[in-house]
Design a protein around this ligand. Structure first.
Ligand SMILES: Cc1cc2nc3c(=O)[nH]c(=O)nc-3n(C[C@H](O)[C@H](O)[C@H](O)COP(=O)(O)O)c2cc1C
Length: 386
């Protein structure tokens, strides 16, 4: 029944990192859905994440999963701070694996951007409308007692022993993630959350070992990576998502050359992929901000990949199959993360493979669908619809 020979594509070529083989270079980016209760995953997470595995992506990231309750952005954030959290995620990881994708988790601490409203409930600090639903704010922590903005909660400054305790929670969370069946783990060090807020001179005003010069500001992220790597199995890849720059277009704060230095240090500590995002040191959700051209972060991923000699993933306004193919073919990134476009089309990867001629016969689709689609295609051609 095969219609034509599949086209060649680098986007749809596999890549192996440690013991994990990605069937292609398309990864579903972490995206909060704020739909957990006390951090526990439900059938929502199974259906939401499962569709992306059926849709042909190589790896499917959960949304940011908090390493402690205080580190959630909202009351609805996913958590991974206990064995119960891991158990609730097991059906998700086994479904994703059964459909040929790698189950991946992003572990996170929101720091001074914790204790917020869900986007659709205000997207700001919690107020009386949240209290009316029984959702109260909680005390938040950061490198320095600096609010993100006027009117937002002021965090308390972490002591050194509290810093170590949070780093240990990242490591404990990695252990739970392994128990839950995840094959890929990412530390969230971007978007103004705790780890990024240590990196940036605009939010880290400390003058102890965890602040001051760049080496001091990088200490939290590097030690956290070391602690996580010591727990996360050797055969499983570790990613770190960074904000390549504090704010796109700004000449102050954390800059691209800082990210190159950080990437090299992370690689030396056993981090396998630098996931190149950007911005978020101030304000709320990064994805909702600013007008940017398609694929604008490839300028970051290509520089970081080249100068630090690291494997990279790029995220941000990658919409089209041909665009993604060119990113990988031109060496601008090794992996491409798809965010909102996957909300629009959870089958983005399968559609891209079809469009690029890599999978003309729907072989990569779930067989329950592919068998029918393969037979429908010539019928559609006969009536001039394909
Ligand atoms: C609904 C939503 C939730 C998000 N949650 C996270 C998250 O949990 N962790 C993270 O690193 N980025 C998060 N992001 C950012 C995305 O992963 C991605 O970097 C961003 O949307 C840009 O990529 P895109 O243009 O493909 O959407 C979120 C974005 C959206 C739209």
């Amino acid at each position: 029944m095969a219609e034509s020979a599949p086209a060649k594509s680098i986007l749809f070529s596999p890549i192996t990192l440690r013991g994990a083989t990605f069937r292609n270079r398309v990864v579903i980016s972490p995206m909060c859905t704020y739909s957990a209760e006390d951090g526990i995953a439900s059938d929502w997470h199974l259906a939401h994440l499962g569709q992306f595995a059926m849709g042909g992506a190589a790896a499917v990231f959960t949304e940011a999963a908090a390493v402690e309750p205080r580190g959630r952005i909202t009351h609805g954030d996913l958590g991974i701070w206990s064995a119960d959290h891991a158990a609730a995620l097991k059906p998700v990881t086994s479904f994703i694996s059964r459909h040929g994708a790698l189950p991946a988790i992003q572990i996170a601490h929101a720091g001074r951007k914790a204790s917020m409203q869900r986007p659709w409930q205000g997207n700001g600090p919690m107020d009386h409308s949240d209290a009316a639903r029984g959702e109260m704010p909680w005390e938040i922590v950061a490198p320095s007692a600096e609010a993100v903005r006027d009117g937002w909660l002021v965090p308390s400054e972490l002591s050194v022993s509290e810093i170590h305790a949070i780093q240990d929670r990242f490591a404990t969370a990695a252990g739970h993630a392994h128990d839950a069946g995840f094959e890929v783990l990412e530390i969230h060090s971007a978007h103004g959350y705790l780890s990024h807020s240590f990196l940036s001179p605009t939010s880290n005003l400390r003058n102890d070992a965890y602040g001051g010069d760049r080496a001091g500001r990088m200490r939290f992220a590097l030690e956290t990576a070391e602690k996580v790597r010591s727990v996360w199995p050797d055969d499983k890849p570790l990613f770190v998502r960074i904000s390549s720059v504090d704010s796109d277009g700004a000449t102050e704060g954390w800059q691209l050359e800082d990210s190159v230095a950080l990437a090299g240090e992370l690689k030396a500590r056993g981090v396998d992929v630098i996931d190149c995002s950007s911005s978020g040191i101030s304000g709320t959700a990064t994805a909702a901000q600013g007008k940017q051209p398609l694929g604008f972060r490839t300028a970051y991923s290509s520089r970081i990949g080249e100068d630090a000699d690291v494997t990279t993933m790029v995220v941000g306004l990658v919409l089209h199959a041909e665009q993604a193919e060119k990113i990988v073919a031109n060496g601008l990134a090794d992996l491409v993360a798809i965010g909102r476009e996957a909300l629009f089309d959870p089958y983005w990867a399968n559609h891209a493979a079809h469009k690029l001629g890599v999978d003309p016969d729907f072989v990569g689709w779930p067989e329950q669908y592919g068998w029918w689609l393969e037979r429908r295609a010539p019928l559609l051609r006969d009536i001039g619809e394909a």
